[in-house]
Design a protein around this ligand. Sequence first.
Ligand code: MLT
Ligand code: MN
Ligand code: ZN
Length: 298
Amino acid sequence: MRVRVLGSAAGGGFPQWNCHCPTCEAAREGKRAQPRTQSSLAVSDGEGPWFLVNASPDARQQLDTLAPAQVDGVRAPPVADVLLTDAEIDHTAGLLLLRESTKPVRVLGDPGVERALTDGYPLLPILERYSGVEWGTLKRGRSTPLEGSRLEVERFDTGGDSPRYLDGSDLELGASGYVFRDRASGGVATYAPGLARLDDNVLGRFAQSDLVLVDGTFWRDDELGRLGISGRTARDMGHVPLSAPGGTLAALASLERPRKALVHINNTNPILLEDSPEREAVLRAGVEVAYDGLEFEL
Ligand code: MLT
Ligand code: MN
Ligand code: ZN
């Protein structure tokens, strides 16, 4: 199985267009931090097509880094199905960029995501009028083969809140994680870019993986408040912060089997600074800080 991080930043990207926090300024200077595009992943069995996990607003440039498995004709998509972990704007706006597709775009995920993208932020009905769209529900806890490949995927709940465009609606939505298994190599990769709870189900899945790509949005729970950006905490936004106590870093440090890397990193997070003590703490815990283009083979 091949797993490629297409975008390693959270919503807004890094640097964010209107942000002058210390980390965004460092990325603009291009010295102590490397720019990053918004959260997205590609997975393949190494022979069949790539599958896109989350369609970010940066999908155009991200997809250009992938070669199609097969070219017969002028138009050949570099990815087959699109899997969604949630219905947030940073994970779904890129669906509109797939409208040039010559066949209906297949989108897979939680049925709540389908509802959100039909009623709240109607990307699916819009795409229907361009390329056409086919929705496929991935049932929680059930392994589903990905067509045209040796991969299977299983969805699990990672908790969290509904996108803000659903404020006032009766739809309650949490995020999903995905476990990918390669039937030939036996490799197991788990992707959880939005993690609101570190429960036994989540940690058990991580422990049985060869690779885990995990929500590294915020270092501190009050990160945005301290910068005067927002009164919302990491946990309010559906993200367990990295630092102790009860943070993601300690939980990841205790896992022996998987290779571990952080994704969906917010532009305010000091781990983005290559010479920061927070970056050093991450590395000391045996965890990597993912960057765009980072690829794993398992
Ligand atoms: C999130 O990951 O919590 C959301 O994408 C935040 C947002 O961009 O509104
Ligand atoms: Mn996000
Ligand atoms: Zn910033």
